[in-house]
Write a protein that binds this ligand. Structure first.
Ligand SMILES: Nc1ncnc2c1ncn2[C@@H]1O[C@H](COP(=O)(O)OS(=O)(=O)O)[C@@H](OP(=O)(O)O)[C@H]1O
Length: 411
C-alpha cells in the first residue's frame, strides 16, 4: 500500500500500487443477438400521439401536489407519478455511477438511458468527487443534486472525469450506500480516446478552481499547427514524462509498466515538491486517461467486480440497443430499450434513437459537438507508437479485469 500526503495528512491510497489488487476476472455476460426490425430503422416521431395526465388526475393530496409542484410541472413526471399511485418520489444516493472514460461515448449512453423509463438522472454532470469546490460542499449537497426517484427506478449520474482521478474511488467508498452502488466504465480504443480528449481540450477552455490549464498549454504551444501534428507532439511530451525520458521503443512490456507505476508513485510526494506529478495535467492526462487497467485497479481496490460493468464503446456505437440491454441486465431492470429503438443516420455516421412509444418523445441524434475526431486520420507511425505504449495495459485489462478481448480496437 502506498501513501499519499494531502494537505499535510497521510492518506492511505491504493492508486499507485497496481499489484495489490487481486481479483477474479469479470465473468462474461452472454447476450443473444436480436435482429433489427426493418420497419423501425428510420426516424419516427411518436411525440404527438401520446397523452399525459394532468395534476388533478393524480392520486395525491393537495399538500403533496404542492410539495411536488415543480416536479409535477413536467408531463413525463406526471406520467411517472400516475404509474406510482400514492408513492412519493425521494432523493437517494445513486444506485449507479457512470465513471467515464472521458470521450468514450458516455454522453450517448446517458442520453439513450434517459429514454428508458427506469433510469433517472439529471441533465449535466455532477462533478462531486473530482472538483474541489463541489467536494467542499459535502455529501449532503451531492444528495440534493440527485433526481427525485421512486423505489423501482434506478437513480444514477455520469461524470466522465471520475474515471482517471486517483482519489475518486476512495471518496466514493464513503457513500452511505457504498456497499451497493454499481459502476459502468465505458471503454474505447485508447488511441481514439486520447485523440478525442486532445481535441476536446483544444476546444473547451475550462474556468474555475478545477481548471487544469490544458487549453492554454495547447494553444500556446501548438495553436498554429494542424491538429494531427499537434497531437503527435503532445503525445511525445507525455511519453517523456511518463517514461522518465526513456525511449518507448527500447522498453519491454514490464519496463513500460514499471515506468508508469513509478510515474504514479510521484503522487506520494508532498504537494509543492517539484518532483511531484499531477497525472491529470495536459499533456500527461491525454495519455493517462486511457490507462484503463490502472484506473480500474484503483476502483477494484475499493469495490468488488460484481459491481462493475465494463462496456465496450464499439458495441455502443455499432449496436447501442444491445448495450442498453446489457446495462438493463446489469441493473436488474426490464430491457425496455433494445435493437429496435435505433436507426442509422448516414450523415452523422452514428445510430440515433427512436425512443419507446410510451416515452412520448421524438427521435433524436447527438449534437454536432460530438464527432470531432471521427473523420480525422492520424499517421500510422504515431498510432503504432501509441499502441505500443498501451499494449501491456490492454493485456492487463483483458487478463486481470474485464475478461473481454479488444483486438477490434483499431481506429
Ligand atoms: N451515437 C453517438 N453519437 C455521437 N457520438 C458518439 C456516439 N457514440 C459514441 N460517440 C462518441 O462519443 C465521443 C464523446 O464521448 P463522451 O460523450 O464520453 O465525451 S465527454 O467525456 O462526455 O466529453 C465522440 O467523440 P468525438 O468524435 O471525438 O467527439 C464520439 O466519437
Amino acid at each position: 500500500m502506498f501513501q499519499l500526503r494531502e494537505k499535510g495528512q497521510l492518506v492511505e491510497h491504493g492508486m499507485m500500487d497496481m499489484s495489490d489488487v487481486n481479483v477474479n476476472v469479470k465473468e462474461k455476460m452472454v447476450l443473444e443477438d436480436k435482429p433489427f426490425k426493418v420497419g423501425l430503422s428510420e426516424n419516427v416521431d411518436y411525440a404527438d400521439g401520446v397523452s399525459f395526465p394532468t395534476v388533478e388526475e393524480l392520486d395525491l393530496t393537495v399538500e403533496q401536489k404542492q410539495n411536488l409542484s415543480s416536479f409535477l410541472h413536467s408531463p413525463m413526471n406526471r406520467r411517472r407519478q400516475k404509474k406510482h399511485g400514492q408513492e412519493i418520489p425521494k432523493r437517494r444516493w445513486p444506485d449507479l455511477i457512470i465513471t467515464g472514460a472521458k470521450k468514450c461515448g458516455t454522453t450517448a449512453l446517458k442520453i439513450f438511458m434517459n429514454y428508458h423509463p427506469t433510469f433517472q438522472d439529471k441533465p449535466g454532470e455532477r462533478h462531486f468527487f473530482n472538483r474541489a469546490p463541489n467536494w467542499k460542499k459535502g455529501y449532503s449537497w451531492y444528495l440534493s443534486e440527485m433526481p427525485l426517484t421512486y423505489d423501482d427506478e434506478v437513480c444514477y449520474e455520469k461524470t466522465p472525469d471520475y474515471f482517471d482521478r486517483p482519489f475518486v474511488p476512495e471518496r466514493m467508498k464513503e457513500l452511505p450506500n457504498s456497499d451497493k452502488v454499481k459502476f459502468i466504465h465505458v471503454l474505447c480504443d485508447p488511441v481514439r480516446r486520447s485523440f478525442s480528449h486532445f481535441l476536446h481540450m483544444f476546444t473547451v477552455q475550462e474556468h474555475g478552481e478545477w481548471a487544469t490549464g490544458g487549453f492554454e498549454f495547447l494553444s500556446k504551444n501548438f495553436g498554429d499547427m494542424p491538429k494531427e501534428q499537434a497531437f503527435g507532439e503532445t503525445i511525445e511530451m507525455a511519453f517523456k514524462n511518463l517514461l522518465n525520458g526513456k525511449e518507448l521503443m527500447t522498453l519491454s512490456d514490464d519496463e513500460i509498466r514499471s515506468a508508469v507505476r513509478e510515474y504514479f508513485t510521484k503522487w506520494d510526494l508532498k504537494p509543492g515538491d517539484p518532483n511531484r506529478v499531477f497525472p491529470l495535467r495536459i499533456p500527461d492526462a491525454i495519455l493517462t486517461g486511457s490507462l484503463y487497467s490502472v484506473h480500474i485497479s484503483t476502483y477494484l481496490h475499493y469495490f468488488t467486480q460484481d459491481r462493475m460493468l465494463y462496456l465496450d464503446a464499439t458495441e455502443l456505437i455499432e449496436n447501442p440497443g444491445k448495450s442498453l440491454r446489457r446495462v438493463a441486465q446489469f441493473m436488474n431492470v426490464p430491457a425496455t430499450i433494445d435493437e429496435n429503438n435505433f436507426y442509422f443516420d448516414e450523415q452523422k455516421g452514428y445510430y440515433c434513437m427512436t425512443p419507446p412509444v410510451e416515452s412520448g418523445r421524438a427521435s433524436f441524434c447527438l449534437g454536432s459537438e460530438k464527432g470531432r475526431s471521427k473523420d480525422k486520420v492520424l499517421p500510422d507511425e504515431l498510432k503504432n507508437r501509441i499502441r505500443r505504449f498501451y499494449k501491456p495495459f490492454l493485456e492487463d485489462l483483458t487478463n486481470k479485469y474485464s475478461g473481454d478481448n479488444y483486438d477490434h480496437w483499431d481506429w
